[in-house]
Design a protein around this ligand. Structure first.
Ligand code: AMP
Length: 247
């Protein structure tokens, strides 16, 4: 079966506005292109690009996503304390170092702006991404049956945002060298963030303060991680997930 990668991005006056990508069969191309166009044209743009490429490398098929758990807290301090304890347990990094890294994400990790991709941190607490402004972007991941999984999530009260973040995070965490992930959105009104471990995707609300325009992701990796292989996997290995898992 042939699969295609479809990537959309739009910009206005050279500033990034929106972007989305899918991996679909030939028979789904037409609908996908139209969906991505709708998505990209919701906000004003002066450039919109849709790129279709046949996938020639071997696709990694994954049976299930990480298991979703949702936890609600009284405020961001409590939610971030939970995240800190969990990350300390998973990575062995001391809380002081973790706190500093998380603070960077909440205040603009790319010299006071949002990074385009994720920060990579080893278990000594050192940042090791190749470019501190850009970070690393996880791409080439989707569901074999996106609509069915979307319905399943929506019935449980989640949104499409969770569908995409869960796929991205599942691709990250099945890589042996990635130990955990921390994420908050850069949307000022979206306060739910997550911490992912090898088994769970913990949705934590509220993980950021309302109105904060900053967001970002941290990927925690083993100390002996081969950075080139990691980049190759995150950017280029196609991953298709069959089913979502909700606790
Ligand atoms: P979002 O979940 O789309 O609101 O993104 C939140 C933050 O995560 C962004 O500001 C980026 O720093 C980072 N990010 C977004 N997309 C990706 C991606 N595909 N891979 C890695 N990091 C990303």
């Amino acid at each position: 079966m042939d699969y295609f990668s479809v990537k959309m991005r739009s910009s206005l006056e050279e500033n990034h506005i929106s972007g989305h990508e899918r991996i679909v069969k030939a028979s789904e191309l037409e609908n996908t292109i139209s969906e991505l166009f709708k998505r990209g044209s919701r906000k004003p743009f002066d450039f919109l690009n849709i790129k279709i490429e046949k996938i020639n490398s071997t696709i990694l098929f994954i049976k299930k996503t990480l298991k979703i758990k949702t936890l609600n807290f009284n405020n961001t301090r409590e939610a971030n304390n939970f995240a800190l304890n969990l990350l300390q347990k998973e990575t062995g990094i001391n809380q002081n170092t973790l706190q500093k890294l998380i603070k960077l994400i909440h205040t603009g990790a790319a010299s006071g702006k949002n990074m385009r991709g994720a920060m990579i941190v080893n278990l000594k607490g050192e940042r090791i991404e190749k470019d501190r402004e850009k970070g690393i972007r996880t791409t080439m991941v989707d569901y074999t049956n996106r609509e069915e999984n979307k319905e399943k999530l929506i019935k449980k009260g989640f949104t499409e945002r969770t569908l995409d973040a869960l796929a991205l995070s599942t691709k990250n965490l099945i890589y042996p060298d990635i130990v955990a992930e921390y994420c908050i959105s850069d949307e000022p009104d979206y306060l739910t963030g997550y911490v992912a471990t090898k088994r769970y995707y913990f949705r934590l609300t509220p993980l950021k303060e309302k109105g904060n325009l900053f967001g970002g992701r941290i990927y925690f990796v083993k100390n002996n991680t081969d950075i080139d292989k990691l980049y190759q996997y995150l950017q280029n290995t196609p991953v298709l997930i069959e089913d979502i898992e909700i606790e």
